[in-house]
Design a protein around this ligand. Structure first.
Ligand code: F6R
Length: 265
């Protein structure tokens, strides 16, 4: 696992965006797993900026798969994740997009909708899965205690997620969602996890340097062969205490990098 520490959230977003750019400059089909949340706004803004600066001849080759959606929230609701994606990314990306895939929060039957989405994901692994992390360690809406073998299904949100996300949600905050499972996430060829801010510091150190356990869903990423974690300094506060000083290598532009293996932790 590679960890990139950026001086601030803006630069963390830029770095994450720069890792996504090569997927858009290819011409062969790309399958990209996407996340929502405040952290992703900077990543998507930076991706759009970097692509615009390249004056490319866009080819529609990227298929996207969003991780989750609030249950019983229609796509045109301003609190839906589909609405978020159009607002922060898709409106500026159409020439690159072959197809966008969402779990439908307004589906008639959650079980059928999850089966449909799981089948889409299972056809072929996504090339890259972008992730944020909840302060309780969730990835997607896989809350603490979720089985590591979970697949796409309807989930109940934890009280801490409801409380936190209610601050952003216009209207009555849903208590349930549809989410891809941990097993789906682990099938991605590459994973990019982005976390910013002091309130992610504790959970990041638990997820990346603590024991791998279902109580901290993101800890499973320690067992994935290709993970890049991008954090800002605030989020890295607890994490860097686990590394010896020489394990942290400067990369230029105020960025530094740590490779986690048995020698550096
Ligand atoms: C949402 C998702 C969540 C968020 C996480 C962090 O699609 O996958 O796991 O990434 O809740 O959200 P922010 O960035 O708002 O702290």
């Amino acid at each position: 696992m590679k960890i990139i520490i950026a001086p601030d959230s803006k630069q963390a977003g830029c770095y994450a965006g720069s890792l996504l750019v090569p997927l858009f400059t290819k011409i062969e089909p790309v399958r990209l797993g996407l996340a929502t949340g405040k952290t992703m706004i900077g990543v998507y803004q930076s991706l759009i900026r970097q692509l615009a600066a390249m004056s490319l001849c866009p080819v529609a080759h990227v298929s996207t798969f969003n991780l989750d959606e609030y249950w019983q929230v229609p796509p045109n609701h301003p609190g839906s994740f589909q609405y978020f994606m159009h607002r922060y990314l898709f409106t500026d990306l159409p020439p690159f997009l072959e197809q966008i895939h969402f779990l439908r929060g307004d589906a008639e039957k959650a079980e059928d909708e999850c089966r449909r989405f799981d089948t889409l994901l299972s056809q072929e692994p996504v090339d890259t899965q972008l992730l944020g992390i909840g302060v309780n360690g969730h990835i997607g809406f896989n809350e603490p205690g979720t089985s590591f073998s979970s697949r796409t299904r309807k989930v109940q949100l934890s009280p801490s997620t409801i409380k936190r996300n209610a601050l952003e949600f216009p209207g009555v905050m849903p208590k349930a969602a549809l989410s891809v499972g941990i097993a789906n996430i682990m099938e991605a060829n590459n994973v990019i996890l982005v976390a910013c801010g002091e309130d992610k510091s504790h959970v990041l150190s638990q997820a990346l340097c603590g024991s791998v356990r279902e109580e901290c869903p993101a800890s499973i990423l320690q067992t994935h062969p290709k993970v890049t974690v991008i954090v800002d300094k605030m989020a890295a506060q607890s994490l860097i205490k686990y590394f010896s000083r020489h394990a942290i290598q400067p990369l230029g532009d105020g960025l530094s990098r740590v490779e986690i293996d048995e020698n550096s932790v």
